[in-house]
Design a binder for this molecule. Sequence first.
Ligand code: SAM
Length: 221
Amino acid sequence: MTQRRRKKNQWDDHYTRKAKKEKFTARSVYKLQEIQEKYHVIQSGSKVLDLGCSPGSWLQYTAKLVGRKGQVVGIDKKPVTLNLPPYVRVIQGDIFLLDASLDASGDASGETSLGSNYHVVLSDMAPATTGNKIVDSARSLDLCEAALATAQRVLKPGGSFVCKIFQGGDFKAFSDAVRRCFKRHKIFKPQSSRKASKEIYIIGIGKLQEAPCQDTANGQA
Ligand SMILES: C[S@@+](CC[C@H](N)C(=O)[O-])C[C@H]1O[C@@H](n2cnc3c(N)ncnc32)[C@H](O)[C@@H]1O
């Protein structure tokens, strides 16, 4: 094994071992922890939507932050098999197919309804990768646009948005769309994200009341 590869594996092992020791289901939790420690997007009592929540480490971490007075709703195509507190609800479904069952008009009680008035929308959604960087970043962008459209519908004014994106051709257009929707806009690569990975997080803080967001693909409002 080359020294470089050994170093990379040690790095992976550090976060994987840490997650196991701290009883988190995935090492991805440390990306959200770094974001939270830097930007403080989630508060005690917050209502949080977690898009692409399986296997569930962000749900575990967010549940601790919001506490019993908060609410967490997660969505993923894949199931979440963890035992989670009663104020965490998981909807199994595809973000692209959820629109029909969305109820953004109030706090929905239905199993598949998202509700509204969220303080925070998180998206760690990632497409199944093909190894082709152009295809992968285009699929990531589709997920990001769906996440931003959802955030526009369900976030309270002043709310925050955290979204993973694979950097590619339309990265800037998407980043600019987030910039237009929020008072503050940050781009952040957590240390726990693998250096070789194209992933990066775009963070919008303080959703604007009249958010002039645009569709990044066709420039339409
Ligand atoms: C990196 S994982 C998320 C890890 C999660 N944050 C955690 O801490 O456990 C990305 C997730 O995005 C989900 N995903 C991808 N496309 C999706 C879609 N169209 N709708 C819903 N979830 C999707 C995948 O099923 C996968 O579980």
